[in-house]
Design a binder for this molecule. Sequence first.
Ligand code: NDP
Length: 254
Amino acid sequence: MGNLNKIALVTGGSRGLGRNAAVALSKKGIGVVITYNSGKENAETVVREIENGGGKAAALQLDASEVASFDEFAAKLRDVLKEKWDREQFDFLINNAGFGINVPFTEATEEQFDSLMNVHFKGVYFLTQKLLPALADNGGIINISSGLTRFSFAGNSMYAAMKGAVEVLTKYWAKELGGRGIRVNVVAPGAIATDFGGGSVRDNEAVHGFIRSQTALGRVGQPDDIGGVIAALCTEELSWVNAQRIEASGGMVL
Ligand code: NDP
C-alpha cells in the first residue's frame, strides 16, 4: 500500500512511451497527471483508460519548450492536485515529452538545434526547477534519454547530444536534491515502435530489420518494454537506486 495517494506527473503522456508509463504507474496505484502538447483528445483517451481501470488521472496542456509558460502550468497543476487528490504536492516527475530530428551534421540547421534543445534540454531543466516546490520530499525524478548516447547512428548528433546533457544533469540533480530524499534517475530506451521519428521503427521494414539485427533479444522495443521500467523506478523496491542511467534496449549494439 506504499503507493496510496502517490502522484506522478508524466510529460508527453498522450502517446507512446509517456502514455504507456502513465498506464503502468496507475496499475501500481499511483495517480497520474499527464501532459499533452497538441493531442488533447489522445490525452482524454488516456485519462479514460486509466479511470476505467480503476485509477485516477488528469490531463493538462503543456508546451515543454515554452519556459515562459511554466509558472502558469505550475499554478494549474496545483489546482488539479488540490481538486482531484486534495494534495499540495506530487511525488514523481517523469520528463518524457519529446520528438526526434534525424539530419546529417552537414545539413543540420540552427532552427532544428534550438527546437530540440528547447524541449529536450532547456525545457526539462527549467520545468523541473519550476516544479521543485510542488515535488514532495522523498519523491523522484525520472528523465528520459536514449540508447543513442551510448552508441551512434548517423543523423542523430543534435538529438543525442541533448539527451547526453540530460544524463549529465541527472547526476547533478541527484546530488543537489538528495538532501530532500529525492532520487533522480535517467531511463535510456533503445529503439521503440512509437510515432517517434515519423514512426520509422514501427512502420519501416528496413529500419525494423536493422534494429532487430543490432539487438541481442532480436526484436524492436515496444512501449510495454519501457512503461514498466519507469513505473518500477517509482516503487519502494527501487528506492535505493539513485543517479543511475538505466538502459532498456533489449541489448542494442553490444
Ligand atoms: P511519441 O512521438 O510517441 O510521443 C511524444 C509525446 O511527447 C507526445 O505525448 C507529445 O504530445 C509530446 N510532445 C512532443 N513535443 C512536445 C512539446 N513541445 N511539448 C510538450 N509535449 C510534447 O514519442 P515517444 O513516446 O517515442 O518518445 C517519448 C520520449 O522517449 C522522448 O523524449 C523521446 O526522445 C524518447 N525516446 C524515444 C525512443 C523511441 O524509439 N521511441 C527511443 C529513445 C528515447 P502531443 O502528441 O500532445 O503533441
